[in-house]
Design a protein around this ligand. Sequence first.
Ligand code: HPA
Ligand code: ZN
Length: 341
Amino acid sequence: MESSDLKKIIQGIPKAELHLHIEGSFEPELMFEIAKRNKITLDFDSIESLKKGYMFNNLQEFLDIYYIAAKVLIHEQDFFDLTWAYLCKVYSQNVLHVEVFFDPQTHTDRGVEFAVVINGIYKALEKAKQELNISYKLIMSYLRHLSEEEAFKTLESSLPFKHWIDGVGLDSSEIGNPPSKFVNVFKASANHGYKLVAHAGEEGPVAYIWEALDLLNVVRIDHGNRCLDDGVLLQRLRDEQMPLTLCPLSNVALKVILNMKDHPIEKMLDEGILATIHSDDPAYFGGYMNENYYEIAKALNLNIDQLMLLAINAFEASWLSSEAKAKHISQVKTYFKSLNS
Ligand code: HPA
Ligand code: ZN
């Protein structure tokens, strides 16, 4: 298929984004604009020199820059602008539903109040719901390089805003910070009504995926690339139709895989795993939803049926009501049928 035809098909697919760190959608142009108005000097003297630093050998090298960049976010307006810019971008890519992570500790540890962070993000999400017809869920992520006690403090801070938050996640430096470190805070989060997800098996071993399932009781695994190492786990993921939110451009950028052609998603689909495609930190990894679909489709030579399955899986794996899921899945099917006529 011609590249332009593939891009056109991907553009038209009704899409759901389920693995997106809002701080990872911080484009350099907006970063410099907000730094300027907050009178903060970035360590980089231009957008070009900042972008030159976007060459990572692993997750930690990326996180080091990601946390530095987040330091320019101070006021509610900054969090609003960040979120609104992301939503406008994905609106242009026919994304109809988003489930967005935010990292409160990245901000509260610098003295920015939880309320400032969530008010900005929430107002942008609500505006997108009203004006762009994008539905959303919001997921608060605990930073796994910090202690469980600190995660408990974050849980406590979130409670006045509980009605805006749908779930909790676990992100940041994976190796050496297993899911087992957060068993108690995940249990407490569930008792407050939050749904549970966790990053596992991105860089970390397959044992972390088992822990996320058995000790944290998550309803979705973020990444989970390493599951193909373990046949028993594969069987479990298939039987439970446990969603895995894969992020192809992220995997290449962070050297989780060396080449897009090595990406495990096709094998996962063949194995009957509920695998889905998302963008993780699009401002850092070279693209949003369309670009992730395009690069993976091109590298693995995915066919139309596989693209349709990926689009359906994302709605299936979402936290939308069963009615909304059915509506969007039927939209996806109608779209793909229209391509044949
Ligand atoms: N992995 C883990 N933590 C993260 C990521 C990621 O890709 N992005 C932002 N926090
Ligand atoms: Zn992630």
